[in-house]
Every structure is written in structure tokens, then in C-alpha cells.
Ligand binder design. Structure first.
Ligand SMILES: [Ca+2]
Ligand SMILES: [Ca+2]
Length: 159
């Protein structure tokens, strides 16, 4: 009776150790550090349609948003998306709008005085890019739905 119990206990321990080894083996042996996390993507926060409502982001930024509208006749209602970033020092900045290749959305860049200093107005099959050498200061990027019939998501990269 007692021998039987001892045998049973030893068997359970053996199975437990085998399971431990199996779970360790699944870990890939360790050693290689995990890859660095990708930079976080900021979600747009509506309303962000006017200078007063502009969404302030930290440079550099990657923003996920959506837009709809028709600039020419305002039907459906135009959803402008405005983002403000500040450069601490002069540098070349590249702003890329992707995701609008089935709808026509465009991109404009304004200085702190409200002057448009750059734009990208490709057709609906293109993404939009503005690359400019900028002095230190504050800038507004605006995503325009030139002709966006259905709500369309985009990614705006300011690097
Ligand atoms: Ca929007
Ligand atoms: Ca908006």
C-alpha cells in the first residue's frame, strides 16, 4: 500500500518536471532582448476643425484620424483636422498623409501667423507629402477632405 503511494507520488513529480521543462523549452532559449516598442500613435481628438480647436501634439508625431467631406460644396459637412506641433530648433520636417488613396484628401502647413507655407494636393490615388526646412517655432498641419464621400481613416506622420 505505502509502496504503491510512493510510486504514484514519484510519477506525479516526474510529470510535473516534464511539464516545467516543456514550458521552458517554448521560451526560445532567451538571450535576445525584446525589440523596442514602436512609437505610440496618437488618436485624433475631435473637435479639431479650427485654429481655436487645434489638437496639440508633441514633435515628432504619428497620428491616426479620419475625415469626410467635400471642400467644394460642403456636402457632406467638411471635417477639417488640424494639428499643432512645435520645433525646438531648425530642421527639415517631413509630413506624410497616407490612407486616402481611395478618397481625395489633401494636406496644408501653416506657420504661427496663419500663413500657408506648404501644401500637397495630389489626386485621390496619391498619398500627400510635405518636406520643408523649418525654423524653430510652432506650426499647424491641416488635413483637408477635398472629396471624401465616406468616412476615411488616415495616418499623419510628422517627423
Ligand atoms: Ca477628423
Ligand atoms: Ca475635425
Amino acid at each position: 500500500m505505502s509502496m504503491n503511494l510512493a510510486h504514484k507520488t514519484r510519477s506525479v513529480i516526474l510529470i510535473f518536471v516534464a511539464m516545467l521543462l516543456a514550458s521552458c523549452g517554448g521560451g526560445g532559449g532567451g538571450g535576445s532582448p525584446p525589440p523596442p516598442p514602436p512609437p505610440p500613435t496618437i488618436n485624433e481628438i475631435e473637435p479639431n476643425d479650427t485654429v481655436a480647436q487645434v489638437q496639440v501634439v508633441t514633435f515628432p508625431a504619428t497620428i491616426s484620424g479620419s475625415t469626410i467631406g467635400d471642400i467644394l460644396d460642403s456636402v457632406p459637412a467638411v471635417d477639417l483636422d488640424a494639428y499643432r506641433f512645435t520645433l525646438a530648433s531648425a530642421q527639415t520636417v517631413t509630413i506624410v498623409l497616407t490612407g486616402g488613396t481611395s478618397q481625395d484628401m489633401d494636406l496644408s502647413l501653416f506657420d504661427s501667423g496663419g500663413m500657408e507655407i506648404g501644401f500637397s494636393i495630389g489626386d485621390q490615388t496619391s498619398n500627400e507629402t510635405i518636406t520643408m526646412s523649418l525654423v524653430a517655432g510652432t506650426y499647424d498641419v491641416v488635413v483637408f477632405p477635398f472629396l471624401v464621400d465616406v468616412t476615411t481613416t488616415y495616418t499623419l506622420s510628422i517627423q
